[in-house]
Each structure stands twice: as C-alpha cells, then as structure tokens.
Design a protein around this ligand. Structure first.
Ligand code: ATR
Length: 280
C-alpha cells in the first residue's frame, strides 16, 4: 500500500513547523503518513494543487499567502471556511473533489480555553487588526458568547466591514487605535501583521483589565513585541500563537485521519526549545 501523502503549501515555507508537527502526531497515533513542505507562491498554486491531487495526495495545509486562494479553489467548503473566506485545510476525496475547511479559529479556541484556561464567555475582547487573520477567528470567538468584541484597526473601514459581516453573530464595535484611551478589556488578541516586523500597534496604557490576558496570533523564535507589551501591562497570561499553530494542525489531522492527537506535549516541547534558544 502506498503511504498516504499530505503537504503544506505556502511561500516562504522553509521555516514551517508543520512537517514536524504532523510527523509527531503520526508517531503518537501510530499512523503512517508522509507530510512535506512545498514552496508554492500564489501564481503556481492552481498548477501545484492539481498536480498534488493527480498524484494521489490526500490532504493539504495552506498557509500564507494561499488561504484566500484556497478558499476560491475548493469545490466544497465548510461553513466556518465560508465565514473566514479562507481555507487552511484541504481534503482531496477519492473522486478528486477538494473539500476546504478552516481550523484556525477552533485551534485558537482550543488553545485559549483548554490549554490556557481562558474562558471566553462574558469577556470584553479587544481584537487588534482587521485582515484575514481577524476574519478567521471572529466567528468562532463569538460562538463562545463573549460580552463584546471590539475591533481596532489602522484602516477603520476594514474594521467596519468585518463588524457588518459578523454582527448577526454577536455584539461587535469598532474603534480607531487612538479612540481606545479610556477603554479596558479582559482579553486582547493581536491579529495585526505588526508583530512580524517587531512593531506594535499604538496602544494606550491601562488597556488591560487586572487579571487580563494577551494573545498574539503570530509567533517567532523569541517573544513578540506584543507578548512583551502584555507582560508589561500586568497580564496574567501573555503568549504567542505556537499553541494555536499546534491546535489547528491537530484539528486538520483529525479531519484527515479520524484521530485527535494529544497536543500538550508538543506545545510544551516547542516552548521549551524556544526558551532554551533564547537563553543562549
Ligand atoms: P493577515 O491575513 O495576516 O491578517 P492582512 O490581511 O494583510 O494580513 O492584514 C494585516 C493586518 O495587520 C491589518 O489589519 C493591518 O492594518 P490595515 O488594515 O490598516 O492595513 C494590520 N497591520 C499591519 N502592520 C501594522 C502596523 N505596523 N501597525 C498596526 N497595524 C498593522
């Protein structure tokens, strides 16, 4: 029997942790799979996707900059993928039909609620950013019934657009960064791309309630500027998106293989490797 083949497509991809994560899940659950990382820029996505499917590939993870394209390309899409207008997990059926799903939001929620013990219900949440990363998590967050989600973005029109799209699912309000001065929140989620360049959105002091939590969707080899900001602001928990990365992968593995792997040992291992590297 040939080994079932999976891959992550994205660009750049050389630092992707996904092959390692899926290899660990496969070992842990006794599954035999192959999972590789393939450098695929947006312009060759269609060709590479069809080649992969024609060669018997069973499933794909799609990452930056392909998630929106993947949503356009999938033959059938889950409701959560349609809300996000993005696909990060593709399953290729026997007939070659491509099913698109999005496990980012549920990955974030599993990390927050199960791993970190942050209950979302009734929280006042501030979401920084109004791009694709925000779009992917607003629906799943609102399903947990927070008190309200406030979206703050540099370009206010993008935040207003998101609020309009999701307002049927719960309470959403929109502010510019400089209008946040007298406000405070229980949970602040950074979904801007600022972290990746070591920057921070302009945030006023006293934005975080006592005992509040901060979560950066991005992750890097060192704590991000936003994680540091959270710690300086007295956050009970201030973490980056490593846990979300592992959890969204576990959800994809479950979709493909029907088995839910344990995530905690891997998250702990990735975190301890990073702190060891940071202390060098
Ligand atoms: P992604 O898919 O990762 O969300 P995106 O759709 O390009 O990427 O969105 C990036 C988000 O980060 C946007 O909300 C962007 O703000 P604008 O909508 O005003 O462009 C935000 N962003 C990027 N760099 C930023 C910075 N230095 N400070 C604040 N916000 C920033």
């Amino acid at each position: 029997m040939p080994v079932d083949r999976y891959a992550v497509f994205g660009h750049p991809i050389s630092h992707s942790k996904s092959p390692r994560i899926h290899a660990a899940f496969a070992r842990q659950t006794g599954q035999t799979i192959e999972y590789t990382a393939v450098d695929v820029p947006a312009e060759s996505f269609r060709e590479e996707l069809f080649r992969f499917a024609a060669n018997g590939g069973k499933g794909l993870s799609c990452t930056v900059p392909l998630k929106e394209l993947a949503w356009q390309m999938a033959d059938e899409k889950s409701e959560r993928a349609n809300r996000a207008k993005a696909v990060n997990t593709m399953t290729i059926g026997e007939s070659g039909k491509i099913l698109g799903d999005n496990t980012d939001g549920s990955g974030l929620l599993r990390d927050m609620t199960i791993n970190l013990g942050i209950p979302i219900k009734c929280l006042d949440i501030l979401l920084l950013g109004a791009g694709g990363a925000s779009r992917g998590i607003i629906g799943p967050l609102l399903a947990e019934q927070p008190r309200r989600i406030t979206i703050a973005n540099r370009t206010i029109a993008k935040a207003e657009q998101l609020a309009m799209e999701f307002s049927a699912l719960g309470s959403i309000e929109v502010f510019e960064f400089n209008a946040l001065k007298d406000k405070s929140f229980d949970l602040i989620i950074n979904a801007t791309a600022a972290s990746l360049s070591g920057e921070l959105p302009p945030l006023p002091e006293n934005l975080l309630n006592p005992n509040g939590a901060c979560y950066d969707l991005a992750y890097a080899t060192q704590p991000t500027a936003f994680v540091h900001w959270g710690l300086r602001s007295g956050a009970r928990i201030s973490v980056d998106g490593i846990g979300m990365l592992v959890e969204q992968a576990a959800e994809a593995f479950f979709i493909w293989r029907g088995i839910r792997p344990q995530t905690r040992p891997l998250i702990e291992q990735l975190n301890s490797e990073r702190s060891a590297a940071t202390n060098l």
